[in-house]
Design a protein around this ligand. Structure first.
Ligand code: FAD
Length: 235
């Protein structure tokens, strides 16, 4: 099902989410609540449900904008059918970037039925071992983006975040890493657009036979590094 949620300039992603949430729907928006739906959608827009429902730009239903000559126009499939001279503007708005073709004063985007809940997970990996000898985080990233992510069902979305060092106040369990040897951190942030259950996780892991090997290998390297780091500390 799809219908529209009107969203005015003062709104941010949090405003858009709140507007559709009370009717049991969800809309394509950014990860952070502060991202504005207009710049987001005009410029492409990636977010937690894009693998199921497309980019922000794919979800624009209509936009009302003020052009350089001061004219106020509304563009949509229907508007283009009525006035084919709007076709280029309608095409260009959906991905051409914010601030390029006019000032959008109102935008309508699709909304979708929402699942009862969503689940999220975060996995952190040291980027390099000491002196860059082993690269658990890099190996993980390479394996992840060269096939493992694509093998997951569309309800999953993942974001990769690179950090120079653990942020102790913001990230839990950071004490398990040796910040003197890790040389940075790779964080995989995952969102599953549906309810978590052990059965779901087990089922989806079957889609990733290689993932288990790669993740196990990376995990083993991390354990080795920790052990050797402890040995050095004791001696
Ligand atoms: C903390 C953070 C998290 C982010 N997360 C994501 C994410 O998850 N996914 C993602 O895709 N991006 C993300 N971004 C990038 C962000 O989505 C883009 O910068 C987006 O363009 C912001 O849109 P905005 O409406 O807030 O516009 P602004 O940042 O204010 O402006 C961006 C561009 O859009 C233009 N613009 C803004 N409003 C209008 C308007 N009404 N009419 C015409 N042009 C306009 C501006 O002129 C400018 O060129 C993130 C950015 C930050 C800082």
């Amino acid at each position: 099902m799809s219908c529209t949620a009107h969203n005015h300039l003062s709104s941010c992603a949090d405003g858009l989410y709140a507007a559709v949430d009370h009717t049991g729907h969800q809309a394509v928006g950014g990860m952070c609540g502060t991202v504005g739906p207009v710049g987001f959608s005009l410029g492409g827009g990636h977010g937690p449900i894009i693998r199921s429902h497309g980019l922000g730009a794919d979800n624009i239903v209509s936009a009302k904008l003020v052009l350089a000559d001061g004219a106020l126009v509304e563009v949509s499939e229907a508007a283009v059918a009525a006035d084919p001279s709007l076709a280029d503007l309608w095409w260009a708005l959906r991905g051409g970037g914010g601030g390029t073709f006019g000032v959008v004063v109102e935008i309508a985007v699709r909304r979708y039925e929402a699942p009862a809940s969503v689940s999220s997970l975060t996995c952190d990996w040291p980027l390099n071992s000491e002196n860059g000898a082993a690269t658990p985080g890099r190996d993980l990233l390479e394996a992840w983006w060269s096939g493992l992510m694509q093998a997951l069902p569309d309800e999953w979305a993942f974001f990769t975040i690179g950090l120079p060092a653990p942020i102790k106040n913001l990230m839990k369990d950071m004490e398990k890493y040796d910040s003197k040897t890790m040389q940075g951190l790779v964080s995989l942030e995952g969102v599953y657009n549906g309810e978590y259950s052990d059965a779901m996780l087990e089922d989806h892991a079957k889609w990733l036979p290689e993932a288990r090997t790669d993740l196990d290998e990376a995990q083993n390297r991390v354990e080795e590094l920790r052990r050797s780091s402890r040995r050095r500390t004791r001696s």
